[in-house]
Structure formats: structure tokens, C-alpha cells
Design a protein around this ligand. Structure first.
Ligand code: FAD
Ligand code: FES
Ligand code: FES
Length: 482
């Protein structure tokens, strides 16, 4: 049984937990305003908002319902386009209308839901933030300028919010329906009804028999699984990890950062720890997919998906992260760098799940950078990506970890290159030598994302770019031309 609030109604269903929310709202609830476009998380036509209790407030995030299984929304508030309707157009819908931001209308519900999500967030009321909220929505016919103007009008609606709690502001000012102000209490009652099972599931309790036997699939945000096999997943025996509160925390213990495997990209982005230790993360994260996908994509899912270009795998390889794998009774630790044995082949038994990820936070002398080149700047996977963590003692490199994706069958930690750098004085020559050693460690292939030669060139340039970014006084710009 899955129980949640759908717009202004409590619902419960015995349908399979693996069923997609998109299919549920359209075919079982006749809420056909949520559109089916790509079914792959790319177009945003199916965008909904998912609200959940966090620190005694309801926090809303946009999700693509085409990749969200019912098992991931138990105990939450689901808002479809019908759930933001009021008598007449609401001010967000009016903004789209006023600015001629809709033509065929197919994409419009998705845009409106994303903009409603912006109004419900505590983001600053800037045009830039309103436009960022629709970065996962594609329109094929209107043209984005009018949509940007509509977003600016929505940002203006929120201008006077000040410190007022967003839900209070949007309901008091008739921007969104009044029932939103009742959701917090209703989610609390629902959570009591569910007896906290979802949120308090004990990580150390043994897995059910079928999972122990290696049957079934662990589901994170579903953004890989449901793209690869969305029909099959409906009836696959699944263990839903996304909804388990203790699995999505980001915390710090002395110099270690501890991340739950179900922490999403957005969870990292919003964590105070990442804001403090990775000030560039805000910029780097924009290179990864779109707002709704970042709201759903988990770090554990990125690792186990084992894509050679997984952005967070590359990020955490350079941080030399360690995984704690568990089968519910026994735990073992495994450095991330040892997880990948071959293309999509892992040192992991089917019954083992990632229970925890940890790494040492950079100290004052350690610098970190991540970068990625893809065919499109936004909403695209990498042709080649790379990260570096480098510890300095004056001019001398104490220790370095450089990772690279898209240049071999697995995400790689460039061990030879990294150890070559250790103990040497940083110089332009050293950087050139490092790029040459890196070439001997990689084996890219030509494919849709670029030729072998192009990927080799990209990695050299990315390594040089790391140094240019981290050591702006070093005169290495000309190196990029060589
Ligand atoms: C439109 C779109 C754009 C994307 N853009 C990017 C991008 O720019 N960069 C990028 O790196 N990726 C991108 N992705 C891929 C995807 O979003 C990421 O790989 C994401 O991190 C996967 O996480 P998930 O929780 O959704 O994985 P899921 O689909 O839930 O799971 C992926 C795999 O991990 C396993 N798994 C999940 N959690 C656990 C656990 N705790 N223990 C053991 N196994 C587990 C699952 O069984 C499955 O094998 C994109 C995907 C889409 C749809
Ligand atoms: S249908 Fe395109 S993102 Fe869901
Ligand atoms: S209005 Fe037609 S796709 Fe956007």
C-alpha cells in the first residue's frame, strides 16, 4: 500500500510500488494535465512537485513523474497542474498568458508547475532563480524569450515575501490555492498513520529474504533504472531506498563528511557542509542535468550505475571516497576507486547496498576542482569529465588525486598521473608532463560523444584547466594552446 496526498486529497493504492507516478495520475486519477513527452526525464512535460516534511516545514521539489515510482512518494504531497488551479487563472498561469509564453500548450503545464515550485521555495525572488526553476522544461514552439518574461513576472509576484514563510505568502496572496496551508498538518497525520516505518526503518535490520538472496533491485531516485527499463520496473521486486530518511543525510564528524547513498545532488548542493568546503559546487552542479533530475538523482545511484562518465563518481573518486556496503547484517568498506572491475562490472554482490559514503573534507591546504565538457553546456552528459584534489605545502604538491571519465571503460582515478605529481614543485612543465602521463593511462574509444583523439585532447585540456582554475597566478593559459 502506498499512501500520499495528491493535490488536495489523501489517496492510498495497492497498485505496484514500481508503477510510475505519471501513469498513476493520468490513467488511474484522470489527471491528464500532466503530459507524456519523452518519458526519459528530458522534456519536463510531466513535471510535478513533491512536498515532504523537513525540519517541521514542507519542502517542495520538482520531479519528472515519468521516472518516479509510486514507492518513492509514500507519505508525501504530490502536486500536479490540477493542484495549482484556482478559480480563473492563478497568477503564475496569468504570467504565461500575459507574455504569450504558450502556443500549442503541450509543455505549458510543466512550466507552470516548475514556476509554482519556485514560488513555494525559499529561493530569492530573482528573475535568474525563476528561470533556473524551468531549466528542466523544454518548449518546442513558443520560443524561450516570452517564457523568460513570464518567469520574470512570477519573480515579481514573490518580491515582497521578505522573510515570510513561502507557503504562507503564496496562500495569503492568492498565488496558489489556500489548501497548501493545510498540507503540513496533513503530512504529519499521514506520517503517524504510516507509523514512521518509512522514515525510521533501521539500517541494521536484516534485509527481507528475497533481497538477502540477491533478488530484486535497489531503487534510488530511479533516474537511470526507469530510463533503461521503465516497463519492466513496474513488476520488478524492488527495494526503495529513496524514501528512507536516514539514507539521505549529509553530515560531518571531525574532518569526515558522511553522506547517505540516497542523498540527492540537490541535498548536497543545499547542505551547509558543501557550501563551506566546496564553494564552487553551486557552479559545478549546474553542469549536471536539470533541476528536477538533480532533485531525484542520488549519489549512490550514480556510483552503482557505473557509467564511465557519471559526474558524481568522478567528483568523489578525486576525493578518494569510501563506501560502506551492507547486506543488512554484514558490512564492509570499499574505496570507491576499487569498485569498478570492468565496464559495468562491480566489486559488489547483488544483495549488497551502499549504506554510507564518507571522505576526508579538504583542509586549508587542499584545493578541489571539477569540470566537464559535453556537446551542450546544459542538460547533457559529459564527453569527458575530470576532478582534482590537490594538497600543497608551499609550492610543493604534497598529494594529488585526479579522476577522469569518458576516457576508458570505467570511471578512472589516474593513479600514475596523481602519484607523479606528488612531492614535486608545481610548474608549467610539470603540468605538461602530467598531461602526457595521463595519456598513457587512458583508453578512450570513438563514439557519439567524440572521437578518441578528441577525448584525449579534452582530458589534457581539462587537467590544464584544473590548474588554471586553482592556481590563477600560474601562467599556464598558453599551455591550453599547445
Ligand atoms: C535527463 C537526465 C539527465 C541526466 N544527466 C546526468 C548528468 O548530467 N550527469 C550524470 O552523472 N548523470 C546524469 N543522469 C543519470 C542519472 O541521473 C544519475 O546517474 C543518477 O545519479 C542516478 O541516481 P538514481 O538514484 O536516480 O539511480 P537509480 O536509477 O535509482 O539507480 C541506478 C543504479 O543504482 C542502484 N542503486 C541505487 N541506490 C543504491 C544503493 N543505495 N545501493 C546499491 N545500489 C543502488 C540501482 O539498483 C541501479 O542499478 C541523467 C539522467 C537523466 C534521466
Ligand atoms: S515525459 Fe519528458 S521528462 Fe517526463
Ligand atoms: S507551447 Fe508548444 S511545446 Fe511549448
Amino acid at each position: 500500500m502506498v499512501e500520499f496526498i495528491l493535490n488536495n486529497k489523501e489517496v492510498s493504492t495497492d497498485l505496484p510500488r514500481g508503477m510510475l507516478l505519471l501513469d498513476f495520475v493520468r490513467y488511474y486519477k484522470n489527471l491528464t494535465g500532466t503530459k507524456i513527452g519523452c518519458r526519459e526525464g528530458d522534456c519536463g512535460a510531466c513535471t510535478v512537485l513533491i512536498g515532504e516534511l523537513q525540519n517541521d516545514e514542507v519542502r517542495y521539489r520538482s520531479f519528472t513523474s515519468c521516472l518516479t515510482p509510486l514507492g518513492n512518494i509514500d507519505g508525501k504531497h504530490v502536486v500536479t497542474i490540477e493542484g495549482v488551479n484556482m478559480s480563473g487563472l492563478n497568477p503564475v498561469q496569468q504570467a504565461m498568458c500575459d507574455n504569450s509564453a504558450t502556443q500549442c500548450g503541450f509543455c505549458t503545464p510543466g512550466f507552470i508547475v516548475s514556476l509554482a515550485g519556485f514560488c513555494l521555495s525559499d529561493k530569492q525572488a530573482t528573475q535568474q532563480n525563476a528561470i533556473a526553476a524551468v531549466d528542466g522544461n523544454i518548449c518546442r514552439c513558443t520560443g524561450y524569450k516570452s517564457i523568460e518574461r513570464a518567469a520574470a513576472q512570477v519573480a515579481e509576484l514573490m518580491q515582497n515575501r521578505g522573510e515570510e514563510e513561502p507557503i504562507k505568502f503564496v496562500t495569503n496572496n492568492n498565488i496558489l490555492p489556500a489548501y497548501f496551508s493545510t498540507i503540513k498538518q496533513r503530512l504529519k497525520s499521514l506520517s503517524l498513520l504510516l507509523n514512521g516505518n518509512l522514515h525510521k526503518a533501521n539500517l541494521n535490520s536484516p534485509l527481507p529474504r528475497r533481497e538477502r538472496a540477491g533478488e530484486g533491485v535497489f531503487v534510488g531516485g530511479g533516474t537511470d533504472l526507469y530510463v533503461q527499463k521503465h516497463d519492466e520496473m513496474k513488476h520488478t521486486h524492488s527495494h526503495f531506498m529513496f524514501n528512507r530518511g536516514e539514507l539521505n543525510s549529509v553530515s560531518k564528524k571531525s574532518n569526515k563528511c558522511i553522506i547517505g547513498p540516497s542523498a540527492t545532488v540537490t541535498d548536497l548542493y543545499e547542505s551547509e557542509i558543501f557550501k563551506e568546503y566546496f564553494p564552487q559546487f553551486k557552479k559545478q552542479v549546474k553542469l549536471v542535468s536539470s533541476t528536477p533530475i538533480r532533485n531525484m538523482a542520488t549519489i549512490g545511484g550514480n556510483f552503482i550505475n557505473a557509467s564511465p562518465i557519471g559526474d558524481f563518481t568522478i567528483f568523489f573518486l578525486a576525493l578518494d571516497a569510501t563506501l560502506v556496503l551492507s547486506n543488512g547484517t554484514k558490512k564492509r568498506e570499499l574505496p570507491l576507486r576499487n569498485l569498478y572491475k570492468g565496464y559495468k562490472t562491480l566489486d559488489r554482490k547483488p544483495e549488497e547496498f551502499i549504506a554510507k559514503i564518507y571522505f576526508d573534507l579538504p583542509d586549508r591546504n587542499t584545493l578541489f576542482n571539477f569540470d566537464k565538457v559535453s556537446k551542450r553546456t546544459n542538460l547533457d552528459i559529459a564527453s569527458v569529465n575530470s576532478a582534482i584534489s590537490i594538497s600543497m605545502k608551499g609550492d610543493v604538491i604534497k598529494d594529488a588525486h585526479i579522476s577522469a571519465g569518458g576516457v576508458g571503460p570505467v570511471p578512472m582515478l589516474l593513479k600514475k598521473t596523481s602519484s607523479y605529481l606528488a612531492g614535486k614543485v608545481l610548474s608549467e612543465e610539470l603540468i605538461t608532463e602530467a598531461t602526457e602521463i595521463a595519456q598513457s593511462e587512458i583508453s578512450p574509444i570513438s563514439d557519439a560523444r567524440g572521437t578518441e583523439e578528441y577525448k584525449r585532447l579534452l582530458l589534457s585540456q581539462l587537467i590544464k584547466a584544473h590548474f588554471i582554475t586553482l592556481f590563477p597566478t600560474l601562467k599556464v593559459e598558453e599551455l591550453l594552446l599547445n
